[in-house]
Design a protein around this ligand. Structure first.
Ligand SMILES: [Ca+2]
Ligand SMILES: [Ca+2]
Length: 191
């Protein structure tokens, strides 16, 4: 059964999902009738740890987003930019093959942002049916999900969660931290 995550929840899937190797992260949202367009973006940061144990991008190309749809190691593939969320189901997806990830990678973090949120005066609370889900890509089963419009109504960015590698083993930790930031702020922090 999928775990419905609450704000700030931390869950460790190492024990409950030991077989997870191929993951899909799905971001979905719908336009409000009569409202303007909302452009949500799903992004991934594939990081090593620096001397201070902080996650930093292995290289700029390991930031996977709408303008860089595949990591150089081929482990992370983005479906491409969706600017309206018009269709049903997942509007943007990111696939991750844990077995292909660069040997130096220790952390893979997933972020959702609203494009131009400040300029457009937007936040998640104005969007309909916004969610982010973690699937087992082999079976399509939902492992965990956040309801973004209810949980993060005042915010413009959410750190969904991260995969961590320790001693060769990957685990996923949901973070569920909301921010009033844009994508550029996150990129600065991971460089
Ligand atoms: Ca988008
Ligand atoms: Ca949609």
């Amino acid at each position: 059964m999928a775990i419905n995550l609450k704000k700030g929840d931390g869950i460790n899937l190492t024990k409950t999902e030991p077989a997870l190797r191929n993951i899909r992260v799905g971001l979905g949202w719908d336009k409000r009738s009569g409202g303007g367009d909302f452009d949500l973006d799903a992004s991934v940061f594939i990081c090593r740890l620096n001397a201070a144990n902080e996650p930093k991008l292995i290289a700029d190309e390991y930031f996977v987003f709408y303008n860089n749809k595949q990591s150089p190691d081929g482990s992370v593939i983005h479906s491409g930019d969706n600017r309206t969320g018009d269709a049903g189901g997942d509007d943007e997806t990111i696939r991750v093959s844990l077995d292909k990830i660069h040997a130096d990678a220790r952390e893979i973090s997933f972020i959702v942002t609203i494009h131009d949120a400040v300029a457009r005066g937007q936040n998640f609370g104005q969007i309909q049916n916004a969610y982010i889900r973690l699937y087992d890509d082999a079976t399509g089963r939902v492992v965990a999900e956040y309801d973004l419009d209810e949980m993060f109504s005042q915010e413009t960015a959410v750190q969904f969660g991260s995969f961590f590698r320790q001693n060769g083993e990957w685990s996923f930790k949901a973070v569920g931290a909301g921010y009033r930031l844009d994508l550029g702020d996150f990129v600065g922090g991971y460089q």
